[in-house]
Write a protein that binds this ligand. Sequence first.
Ligand SMILES: [Ca+2]
Ligand SMILES: [Ca+2]
Ligand SMILES: [Ca+2]
Length: 505
Amino acid sequence: MTKRFVTAILMCAVMALVAFVPLVAGGEYTIIKGPQGPRASAMTWTYEPVDYGVWVAKLDNNGLRSLVIDVYDNTSGALDQVLHQRIRFAAYDIYPSGTMFSEPVNMAAGRIYEITATPNGPQESYVVVTDTFTINSPPVAQFTATPDYLTVNVDASASYDTDGTIVEYIWEWGDDTMGAGMITSHTYAMAGTYTVILTVVDNMGASGATMQDVTVYERPNDIPIAAFTAMVTELVVDVDASGSTDDSMIVAYAWSWGDGSADEMFVTPIASHTYAMPGTYTITLTVTDDDGATNSASQDVMPYVTVDNPPVASFTVSVDGLTVSVDASLSTDDNGIVTYDWNWGDGTTGSGMTATHTYSTGGSMAAVIESLISIDATAPLPPYYVAGYTLDTMGMIVPGCTLTIVDMRTLESIVTTSDASGFYMVDIANGLPSGMLVGDLVNITAVKGDMIGWTEGNLLAGSYTALDVILSAPQLPPFDVVITLTVTDAKGQTDTVSMTVTLYP
Ligand SMILES: [Ca+2]
Ligand SMILES: [Ca+2]
Ligand SMILES: [Ca+2]
């Protein structure tokens, strides 16, 4: 590649650069080293740029050894140094002659700069200093604004600077507040249309601005939705409104209990109310959201009082010798019997709806004398008679036995004595306080000394009943026990019933 060709390309590049970045020619100053010191030869001039840009001094040396360039911002009248450069031309290979450029100075439009060049070298040597200025392209502000109810989200990343970089983003939100940052957001205090101004500043201090109107809205409030559950336990109703909802939040739960009592308000959803009496009541819940919107829901509840009556004890007994079987299944309770307790009357106890118990023979029985009983079947019709003989086991008459005649329906009894022939006869229809009914069972016990015997039979209408009693020794007479049943319900209420039972050992 020839040198000429390279030069041509370079010139084209410079021309292209000039086309896009305007260069402003400034003053041209010839600074000559005089006969006295450097200060006496110094020259000072001002430069007032009309644009933002970069100032550089072009230096054409003609024999000077060095030059000091000082640049001050003198806009306010107080010198503010922005450049101090001491140039020894030999260091740049332009001594004794040649061309070079000073260090650049960023200058702002409208400001006043004072430039001083102080030469040093042989007398009459000089330098020609030419102000050159490259205008800065200001940055271009662009942004998008996306409202989200009262908030606007802004993005200024489309802003640009053709010949540098953007170093600052300044937002004026239109409500007397400001912000910063390429991407940011702002929330307004109230709905409305605001003019948002974006100002971008480039690395040269130049700025560009743009604006656009944004309209923001209050977030619409959804009314809350009231809902609750109610659980009734007798007169107490527990309510739970935690199923109520709102797009923001519920701040109050008010309850009207429907029984004339004062409404109650809580900040939590759980509440409870005790009614004075059973009935049907309408509970109304009113919820309030954080915007003051309300909603209500109602439902009926039926508090109640549990009736729990005492139990009623009842039982039946069947007797087999000394063993009794009891059955309390006829006992009743409105809510169920929990326990059945038996007192057998002999110092022992038992439990269960049904139970059996075997008594031991007591030692209190009479001694034995034999007896013979015969029946007089010729006596007149009714009243009813029982008659017979008291006999021993050999069939021999046992006179003078004590006989007890018991109606097993009423347990009423008559006591009589067999005569010298062992005979006895009793008008049971008239002798028993309650009289007799057809079909009644009678039980006859005969005792003499330690001898004892017994028999039993049903009464037939219009006839004698012949009941002999055979005594033997030693034998046990029937004896009575009192069985007591106590039933208890779930609430601890009890009932007790007793029955006298005759055992036949
Ligand atoms: Ca720029
Ligand atoms: Ca709401
Ligand atoms: Ca009960």
